[in-house]
Design a protein around this ligand. Sequence first.
Ligand code: PLP
Length: 395
Amino acid sequence: MISNRELFLKNTAQTSSSPRLFEIVKAEGVYLYGPNGERYLDLVSGFNVSNIGHRHPSVIAAIQQQLEKYLHVTVYGEFVQAPQVKFATELLANLPSSFGSVYLTNSGAEAVEGSMKIAKKYTGRRQIIAAEKAYHGSTQGALSLIGNPAYQEAYAPLLPEIEFIQFNDISSLDIITNQTAAVIVEAIQGEAGVRVPSTEFMRALRRKCDETGAILVFDEIQTGFGRTGKMFAFEHFGIVPDVLMLAKGIGGGMPLGAFVARKEVMDVIKDNPMLGHITTFGGHPVSCAAALASLQVIQNEKLLDTVEIKAALFRKELNHPAIKEIRGMGLMMCLQLETFEHVYQVSNFCAEHGVMIDWYLHCETALRIAPPLTISETEIKHACEIIRQGIEKFI
Ligand code: PLP
């Protein structure tokens, strides 16, 4: 009989010539399970999605309750759907009062597209500024903001009037002017290999946007929902962006994204022309029910209180001369090694020994550590022991 692995390679689109090919038959808590009884401790969280662990019982219960009521009923923005309304209201309650309106999308990239549109229409300007080595998604608009030509050239022409600053370099902010519609940056650059900006940089960026009238848009698609030890990473820097883009961890494992803005900024899509941004499945009621449950889990289980302690334990247990640097904030971490070969060998060794880790799009010389925030201290110690063994064996 032809295996699922063979069918995967034959019938589903391939995005690389070396997919990792782990087959997963179940995921629960911090573990992934394979078809032959393999068990992997998940240090990737589906790329910062499973912040509260896989199949959290509260999320499963919320999904089941919504399944009894309705699935999709109409395009976003027409009918009043309680799961959307309740989730948007709870999300706003967790944000500074300047945020007044939530647009629910299918994905992170769609949140990026919508954010660029409201910034352009609200300011009447065209130029968008992003950061070198950013990652904001794979649609053509989002791809225009990826500060890495290797990923752009084959798909040119992309959006015009996009310029780039150097992330965390105050001197590069001079290109932001009163011609700039929006400056879009990750709160912490993820795919660049977890680059944490200084508070000075973030405050200078906020000041520059205030001076020029540019809309400051933060991509918190990787950093949101407790990943860095605060509900949102911008809270670490003492500034508030104008627009916040969310996805990944938002849905407790279900597909969902959002962009959040001041009410008058969001309202530009309402008319001239009306329906300025529409989406069929954005804010799917089952995803919104899951998202509300997930947000409540983060609050009720006080997950934010434990992130720093767990991060410190990782740092202590991974103190090894072959690890050049441990970058990150909270449980969004990266172990800087010397070469991609080392990263590849160590991550394969870890997988063979039941620990799933990965690397980064723009930084292949670093290992990605982003476990569910629910990981226990015993599990952290075990994961670090395996990583250390891999490092000892190959470096
Ligand atoms: N922004 C960041 C920082 C991301 O990491 C990603 C996805 O990895 C996106 C945007 C795009 O999100 P999606 O894959 O849901 O379109």
